[in-house]
Design a protein around this ligand. Structure first.
Ligand SMILES: NCCCC(=O)N[C@@H](CCCN)C(=O)O
Length: 454
């Protein structure tokens, strides 16, 4: 029988070998996917997922809400971390490492450490992000990423527990991954080997649409510091060396450079320090810039062009310049069309409407993960047209349920709304935050199931 690799498109031949699935005894299971028996069993398992998430819904919403109400910056997400660690510690059967390689990272695992007679274990990973943005809180909805990651893990565990035997031992791993908005905690964790024994990894991100893939690009960030000399700006300006002038020239140089860049390359920055008072020639200024290209292979090119702009400003003003590149580069996402296809198929069956996005988006350290482990990073609509990184999106990410939550859960459990719902409302709003959150969580978990069935 043909190996499943012929049906499975892995994300990168360079980094991801077919052995992820070929070394499983059941590597041909996809061949059986279409049999009636298989379909029935999968349906039951999917219902098991739905109902277990339904059962845990208050606790799961509580996670997202708690994190939203207390936004914390990269590497400082102590309360969010503790909230999630508490959840998995209190949930039955999880083994939790609370401060896993980074102070605000954690690992929760469920399932066998290794199979009988040393056989392989399939290790399925779900990631939770939980850092916020300065000044505008959870404007990227990472509180929802954490909630969805936890829900998917809870759902998969329940489905796995519902059968006594599985053809291969299956383990579920949840990783709490700090600092996506600044620094790249996943890159730190990759360097620590945290992803080495994962076979597949899932994370989903809030957006304005449901999309299995949005082109997240490579990125390298830097801080630029200009050192000048202070002087009285009116009495003896000729004694000064103006660091603010250097920052302004640098900003202008970068804006001029932009016209010469390819349309999908990005440079954007802010001036973080520009002086203290108009009559003191600023002796110090500081900028922060993000440089992005669709492939990490082009980052050296854009970095060289940017460096020239920053150096030129120093030369023109007589300032000394320091260029401090961030410790971690972010890589673009490598696609896995098979997992994307399953996610979309399951999502559609739950009522999600997917669109195709071709324009470059932002960046994510999940990109680096996809260069090591097959995975997907779909985007999900949260019931608002607001754009990420705005205060409107912060509000949308924290929006509480306005509709009857039971209707959503029971409808996906195939239990008639009227027999279960106690809200008394015959009208169910179809597209609310609650419903899309649920759809996403389920689509996520359901995508894993066909892979695990013999
Ligand atoms: N598609 C958006 C992914 C999430 C996001 O906005 N990430 C940040 C990461 C910034 C790291 N310096 C971004 O600006 O792209």
């Amino acid at each position: 029988m043909a190996c499943c690799c012929t049906r499975f498109q892995f994300s990168s031949s360079a980094h991801v070998s077919c052995s992820y699935f070929c070394d499983l005894k059941q590597c041909c299971y996809l061949a059986f996917c279409d049999t009636e028996d298989m379909a029935d069993k999968l349906r039951v398992l999917k219902q098991q997922v739905c109902c277990s998430i339904d059962k845990a819904k208050d606790k799961l919403h509580g996670l997202g809400d708690a994190i939203w109400h207390h936004p914390e910056l990269a590497y400082e997400e102590r309360q969010a971390h503790d909230t999630l660690v508490r959840f998995f510690t209190q949930e039955q059967g999880w083994t939790v490492e609370a401060h896993y390689k980074l102070e605000t990272a954690f690992q929760a695992t469920w399932g066998p450490v290794s199979g009988a007679d040393g056989e392989s274990v399939v290790n399925v990973g779900f990631l939770c992000e939980y850092d916020a943005l300065p000044a505008i809180g959870h404007a990227c909805g990472h509180n929802l990423i954490a909630e969805c990651g936890a829900a998917a893990a809870v759902g998969l565990k329940a489905a796995l527990e519902s059968r006594e035997t599985w053809p291969v031992p299956i383990k579920v791993t949840v990783l709490g991954t700090p600092a996506e908005e600044d620094g790249g905690g996943k890159v730190d964790l990759l360097q620590e080997g945290v992803f080495e024994d994962l076979d597949v990894v899932f994370m989903a991100h809030p957006s304005q649409e449901d999309a299995t893939y949005i082109p997240d690009v490579a990125e390298h960030d830097l801080v630029v510091k200009y050192h000048g000399r202070a002087s009285h700006a009116s009495a003896y300006p000729w004694e000064g060396v103006n660091a603010l002038d250097a920052a302004v020239l640098a900003y202008s140089n970068m804006s001029v450079l932009r016209q010469q860049l390819r349309p999908d390359w990005r440079v954007h920055g802010i001036i973080r320090h520009g002086g203290a008072k108009p009559n003191i020639i600023p002796d110090y200024s500081e900028l922060e810039y993000y440089l992005r290209t669709p492939s990490h292979r082009d980052l050296p090119k854009i970095k060289a062009k940017a460096e020239a702009c920053f150096q030129a400003a120093a030369l023109a003003t007589g300032c000394r310049v320091e260029l401090l590149f961030a410790r971690n580069e972010f890589y673009e996402i490598l696609r896995n069309h098979t997992l994307e296809g399953l996610y979309e198929e399951n999502g559609k069956s739950l009522g999600m409407k997917f669109i195709t996005v071709k324009d470059s988006s932002g960046s994510t350290d999940f990109g680096n993960v996809t260069h090591a482990v097959p995975g997907i990073h779909p985007y999900f609509y949260i019931g608002s047209e607001a754009l990420n990184h705005t205060t409107e999106y912060t509000a949308a990410s924290g929006e509480s349920e306005e509709q009857c939550p039971l209707s959503v859960y029971y409808s996906v459990c195939d239990v008639p709304h009227s027999t279960k719902c106690k809200c008394g409302s015959p009208q169910v709003r179809v597209m609310g935050v609650s419903k899309v959150k649920v759809q996403m969580k389920l689509s996520f978990t359901h995508s894993v199931l066909p892979k695990l069935w013999p």
